[in-house]
Design a binder for this molecule. Sequence first.
Ligand code: GLV
Ligand code: MN
Ligand code: MN
Length: 432
Amino acid sequence: MSLSQTVPPADPAADARPAAATSSSSVTSLLQDISTIGRDTSRGGYSRPVFSTAEMDLRNWFIEQAGRRGLDVATDHNGIIWAWWDTSAGTRRDAVVTGSHLDSVPGGGEYDGPLGVASALAAVDILKARGLRPRRPLAIAVFPEEEGSRFGVACLGSRLLTGQLDPDKARRLKDPDGDTFADVAAANGQDPRLIGADYRTLQQLGVFVELHVEQGRGLVDLNQPVAVGSSILGHGRWKLSISGQGNHAGTTLMADRKDPMIAAAKIMVNIRDTARKYRDARATVGRVQPVPGGTNVIASRVDLWIDVRHPDDSVTAALVEAIGLNAQVFAAEEGCGASLTMESLSPTVHFDGGLRDRLKELLPGAPVLDTGAGHDAGVLASHIPTAMLFVRNPTGISHSPDELVEDWDAEAGAVALADALAGLMGEARAIG
Ligand code: GLV
Ligand code: MN
Ligand code: MN
């Protein structure tokens, strides 16, 4: 992987496109703007599932903010918003892309996703204030359904863009209410017939740098505000359906039950114990759904969703196989059946070495950290060089209302992103 030739930014006077008149915004003030959108008063934190009123409001907020900065904004067929800061040459090739997502997990934190979007807007302000006239165009991308909280497949938008998700499969995905992605997308102004791989857009992209709140304590321990990302842990999601006999809670003797909830309880403990046998493995059951779900009803079925992660994808496969076999045994002990299906799989991603080293040069002193969380940068990595910047999270907690970024670190993150983008935009051609 060869580094591109680095040249100083072109002469400001040579840029035909004037910066739009806009006052600069801090990351903190941008996040403040959206701090009431999607607040979840019952779970705490924020619930901003894709295509919810909250997520649509956030998208409109972003479109308005990008427009204020003179960026050329459009939403593509896959629901990805692109906001372009074009160069005077006017060609959209080899772009430096940044951005993140605005959807959240249920009851999530304030920063997972929006920090990267707000920092991208603030970085544009910083670059314009510095008088930067880019040689390469810049685009901010906002990806839908990064969390997979509504339709079960994480990074849905970037998977569609890159052809890593079959559009037919995507159209048939259902949310917890049984509504299909196709129907929900159509109800929100997107034509579901048009989703799928978009090589024309991909051809315009040179590199992608996603800034994200750190979802651990690496930076706290190192006493640093910003890190460069090195890799994303391989991860996947599986659905386990345990079927039993629905029945009456009062009239069914304990000895006569085929209760899938009991099997589910044993299986969940076993998942934890099995994962502990594999060094560096993580396995989580974060969602359990009894059917029909009544206090005085023995469930007829229990669905549970398992998230499994490991740096070595073959270990993930072995662990999931063990979980599935053990589930059969525990289900049978309760007179129940169990079936396991994969919903998504994302192999371990090592970010482009050349781009990572370039970011280390542009951000002297920033440590290099890996992450156990999934990101659109991981999906895009199969098509273009990608990289990440992480911003310190003093609690180390994420996917929770306790996720935190201090104001001064948010601003330091935006400056770091601006420095990284300026360096890359001043380059004559893409790294890779
Ligand atoms: C996304 O945040 C994930 O890692 O699941
Ligand atoms: Mn997340
Ligand atoms: Mn995220």
